[in-house]
Design a protein around this ligand. Structure first.
Ligand SMILES: Nc1ncnc2c1ncn2[C@@H]1O[C@H](COP(=O)(O)OP(=O)(O)OP(=O)(O)O)[C@@H](O)[C@H]1O
Ligand SMILES: O=P(O)(O)OC[C@H]1O[C@H](OP(=O)(O)OP(=O)(O)O)[C@H](O)[C@@H]1O
Ligand SMILES: O=C(O)c1cccnc1
Length: 489
């Protein structure tokens, strides 16, 4: 792999579990590499026991696939391992992804077990994209989901993403900021995300700024002089109520007012947020600074935000760093990539993964997933997974089935529901046919899609379990395969 340099383009092709290469070499030698196969990327459990996940990371996945190549340096390294041959290196040297990919649009709320990305490709190609497909989607979907939860509890108040310093590495910070914006934050302190993705960059000041001056007042004055239109002062360096807030008010009166400017805000970063913000609000109001906003930060997450607001804290916006950028309370998003079918003699043969652990049993076959919208309420009733060639007709009654129990089913009556395909065509035989959406478009789409869900799905604790069901044909096929121990011929 080329040496990683965060300030230049890099080749991430070998962000790849080594077994992808050893398996691929085997396919290559056995003449199986060209066989067409179908893989699904899906996940099993919502982080934080939440109601859904916000799908994110597709744009970076597209770019990684388009850029996928093995450099001479990569090949030299692989040669040094003495387990592959020159024919394989020739293959890798000329490697280009030629498969077809369907995926859910970024910003879509998604649910366990539904195929989010479906790959139809030659076996080696499908295998070699596994790791970076998963790391990209797993990371950004996790952070977008966390950000959604944090913003949901902020109840319309802007949330600033402050996490770079405690992110898990540079990419964690950079792409985490992108994902957090998809999830709903107002902006980020991570400047690179402004450059790369157009995420609004925001920020206040650090304690070091205040400490670097002879006095807190001097520091505030200096800041207000340079930024009279957007002056947010950090008031907790010495004593929030005795020094910070009074000095902020003094700057508003003595520095900003003569310039015809107003103090934009103060930030509190320690102590009892409920108590201090109530007191600070009173002090600001008494000084006539009703329009001065109060921002708080300090290891916040969705639960703390909910708590301080329930306590009547007087807060206009939040800064959230460490708990969001690493999704601290649920740091692993377990998206998986499973073989669902292979082609043989022009036939698609479904494959299943059987497990003692019923949660790990896969849905076989080349599939499509649809969202079913109730016309009367314009709310999503359930998602349904079908074989790719099954025709679902809104003009007919449709019975949807639990993923393993046929007796758990529900019938939707003709004309009462709409069927919306969830996945879009992204790559068509190696060619990207999907437009690049701006983050603003993705956020707007996400907001619209979230509005289709019932309020109960949004609860932080014990959310309503949204149904992801199967068609009768798919369930019957799956049960038959299970009864036969997974064999298909
Ligand atoms: N009213 C409150 N209810 C619930 N949690 C709160 C409240 N006020 C603050 N917290 C949270 O309590 C945690 C600890 O804050 P605390 O003020 O005790 O320490 P600190 O501010 O980190 O101390 P330091 O002065 O060293 O920064 C933080 O996560 C903070 O957001
Ligand atoms: O708490 P977070 O949600 O991660 O928000 C970001 C934190 O980063 C800064 O702290 P800093 O690095 O100066 O350290 P400290 O405030 O914890 O001392 C800022 O003052 C916030 O406290
Ligand atoms: O701009 C800020 O206030 C900020 C940025 C990063 C971390 N903490 C605070």
């Amino acid at each position: 792999m080329e040496k990683m340099n965060v300030s230049s383009e890099r080749n991430i092709t070998l962000i790849m579990d080594f077994y992808e290469l050893t398996m691929s070499y085997n396919y290559f030698k056995m003449g199986k590499g060209e066989q067409i196969v179908y893989f699904d990327m899906f996940y099993r459990k919502n982080p934080d026991n939440g109601g859904f996940v916000i799908f994110a990371g597709l744009q970076q996945l597209i770019e990684a696939i388009q850029d996928m190549h093995f450099s001479e340096g990569d090949i030299e390294y692989l040669r040094s391992l003495h387990i592959f041959d020159e024919d394989f290196f020739d293959y890798l040297r000329n490697f280009k992804f030629t498969g077809t990919i369907y995926a859910v649009k970024e910003g879509t709320p998604v649910f366990p077990y539904e195929p989010l990305v479906t790959v139809k490709a030659k076996l080696i190609e499908a295998q070699l994209i596994e790791t970076f497909l998963l790391v990209t989607i797993n990371h950004q979907s996790l952070i977008a989901t966390k950000a959604h939860r944090v913003c949901q509890e902020a109840k319309g108040r802007p949330v600033m993403e402050f996490g770079a310093r405690r992110a898990q590495g540079y990419d964690g910070a950079h792409y985490g900021a992108r994902a957090a914006y998809i999830g709903g934050v107002a902006g980020t302190a991570t400047t690179s995300a402004g450059v790369a993705f157009g995420v609004p960059v925001l920020g206040t000041m650090a304690h070091s700024f205040v400490q670097s001056f002879d006095s807190e007042f001097e520091a505030f004055k200096a800041y207000a002089t340079i930024y009279p239109d957007s002056c947010v002062l950090l008031v907790d360096t010495y004593d929030t109520l005795k020094s910070g807030v009074p000095n902020a008010i003094r700057v508003a009166e003595e520095v900003l007012a003569p310039m015809g400017k107003r103090l934009a805000g103060i930030r509190l970063d320690s102590g009892d947020i409920a108590y201090l913000t109530k007191k600070a609000r009173m002090m600001l109001d008494v000084a006539g600074l009703h329009d001065c906003k109060i921002t708080v930060s300090n290891s916040l997450d969705e639960y703390l935000i909910r708590s301080v607001l329930e306590q009547g804290a007087q807060i206009d916006s939040f800064g959230v760093g460490e708990n969001m950028i690493v999704s601290k309370s649920a740091p692993v998003f377990g998206g998986v990539y499973k073989l669902a079918a292979v082609e043989k003699d022009g036939q698609i043969i479904p494959k299943i993964k059987i497990s003692e652990n019923t949660e790990k049993i896969t849905n076989p076959g080349y599939k499509k997933v649809y969202r079913l919208i109730e016309k009367e309420t314009n709310k999503a009733i359930a998602d349904i997974i079908a074989f790719h060639d099954e025709i679902l007709d809104e003009g007919q009654d449709l019975t949807i089935y639990h993923q393993s129990d046929a007796w758990k089913n529900k019938t939707l009556y003709a004309g009462t529901y709409e069927i919306v395909p969830l996945q879009e065509l992204i790559f068509d035989q190696g060619k990207c046919v999907y437009p690049e959406y701006s983050l603003e478009e993705i956020r707007a789409y996400s907001t619209k899609q979230k509005a289709l869900l019932w309020d109960e799905v949004f609860r932080l604790e014990y959310p309503h379990i949204y149904y992801v069901d199967l068609t009768k044909k798919l369930l019957d096929y799956k049960l038959k395969m299970l009864a036969e121990g997974g064999k298909t011929e």
